[in-house]
Design a protein around this ligand. Structure first.
Ligand code: ADP
Ligand code: MG
Length: 430
């Protein structure tokens, strides 16, 4: 392996990763990833759900091995978790019987410090991350935001050279997430964190533009780096600046064109079978209604949709993808445009909406039509969940099959094309 570039802290070369599928050959999830994390930067990894972000982060953290390719940390090959690399996850498994202080001290277990030193360091991390006064509290006494602060403290307490963060704000409500982001960036800008470099994994474009110095766009099927875009804005950044807005729009248009491509390739690979995003009919309805109204009148930029209250912290691209698959809207570079059917849907009453939804579901989601067909054919009009699950698993990973099945159940129930009993795990016709 050639020597690492100067200032490179963590590097991946030609990294590929595949997973075994329950049926069929291996599923390639990461394809030929080259990436370097440099001293002093916050590097963003932006991609839709399922693009392989968490897999990449786990490999970077030594928590998972690549199938092929190399990972090096400070010039040495990485094999297993390394001292100096810490991870912040979306949510933390805090031990409920331990206090905040004790939970943070857990992060230090592997270092074998003297108890007084461990305590001193844990208290320092607690102060830094804004948990001062909560050291004796138990996790159940904390809000979601405070619990996530404990997660940050547990990562920072080891004074890591590299901090890997996997969607650390995405399980929080919008306001709490913003507060925690701002607090984190204040510490970073003022060099108060004991950390050289940060890798931030996110599906949230504004978050990436707010926090990162450079952003890699991870496109899916299989995950590969589709673009690298520097963010030349000075800190602290302001979401209301024109330059901020322009960059966000640029990312929306890159990601939407990637999403369109990915829906097309999925249909080709799986023969009309899509991995369905985890989005329910009610959220889709809210977005259709909002886009149909003035000032949008049927057409909106994704940055406008991102600000809809109904969307909250939910996955914006997931919703737009769902609308695209069902042909209620057309996904275009940087925005969506309602189709004629989408506009009719927006004007209709509840019963008529159900009817339109049903028609589109049966027409544009072949798997939903297939379930319905199987139920029609079968005596008693019932079929077990596992049957459809294993059919999906012939084409996609177990977790994508699970996600797709859950979504199709939600859509099918709303459209009343079938019933599903959660307890018996059975589909039935009606
Ligand atoms: P992201 O974090 O971008 O949502 P992930 O890295 O979690 O994406 O997953 C990428 C793909 O890899 C998905 O199709 C997922 O189903 C699959 N995958 C992830 N982990 C495993 C695993 N342990 N076994 C099998 N498939 C997996
Ligand atoms: Mg993930």
């Amino acid at each position: 392996m050639p020597p690492p570039e100067k200032d490179v802290v963590l590097q991946m070369r030609n990294v590929c990763r595949s997973f075994a599928r329950p049926a069929g050959g291996p599923l390639l999830v990461l394809d030929n990833i080259d990436l370097c994390l440099r001293d002093g930067e916050v590097l963003g990894l932006l991609g839709r759900s399922g693009s392989g972000k968490s897999t990449l982060l786990r490999i970077a953290g030594g928590l998972m091995e690549p199938t092929s390719g190399e990972v090096s940390y400070l010039g040495n090959q990485l094999s297993g978790p390394a001292e100096g690399i810490a991870v912040v996850f979306q949510t933390f498994a805090l031990l409920p019987w331990l206090t905040v202080l004790e939970n943070v001290e857990l992060g230090l277990d592997a270092l074998g410090l003297a108890p007084e030193e461990a305590r001193r360091r844990a208290m320092a991390a607690i102060d830094l991350i804004g948990l001062d006064g909560f050291q004796s509290a138990y996790p159940r006494e904390l809000s979601g935001g405070m619990r996530q602060r404990v997660g940050f403290a547990r990562a920072i307490v080891v004074q890591p050279t590299v901090l890997l963060m996997d969607e650390p704000f995405s399980a929080l409500d919008v306001l709490t997430a913003e507060t925690l982001r701002t607090d984190f960036m204040d510490l970073w800008i003022e060099h108060q964190l004991p950390t050289k470099s940060v890798l931030l994994v996110t599906h949230n474009i504004e978050e990436a533009v707010l926090m990162c110095d450079r952003i890699l766009v991870l496109a899916s099927n299989p995950g590969h780096i589709a673009a690298e875009i520097p963010v030349p804005l000075a800190h602290p950044r302001n979401r209301l600046d024109q330059a901020f807005h322009d960059l966000v729009d640029e990312f929306y248009s890159i990601l939407t064109s990637r999403a369109i491509e990915s829906i097309k390739t999925q249909s080709q690979i799986y023969g009309g079978l899509h991995v369905l995003p985890p989005v329910g009919p009610y959220l889709m309805t809210a977005v259709i209604e909002a886009v149909a109204q003035p000032p949008h009148d049927g057409q909106a930029d994704l940055s406008d949709i991102a600000r809809l209250p109904a969307l909250g912290a939910k996955d914006l691209l997931g919703v737009t993808e769902a609308l695209h698959i069902l042909e209620f809207a057309e996904l275009k570079a940087g925005g969506i445009k309602l189709t004629a059917a989408g506009k009719v849907f927006a004007r209709s009453d509840a019963d008529e909406r159900k009817r339109i939804f049903k028609e589109h579901l049966l027409r544009f989601v072949p798997f939903a039509a297939h379930i319905r067909h199987v139920l029609d054919e079968r005596e008693g009009h019932i079929a077990p969940r596992v049957r459809f699950k294993s059919e999906l698993e012939d084409h996609m990973s177990a977790s994508d099959s699970e996600k797709t099945l859950r979504t199709v159940i939600g859509w099918g129930r709303y459209a009343e094309i079938f019933n599903y009993n959660d307890v018996k795990r059975m589909f039935s016709g009606n």
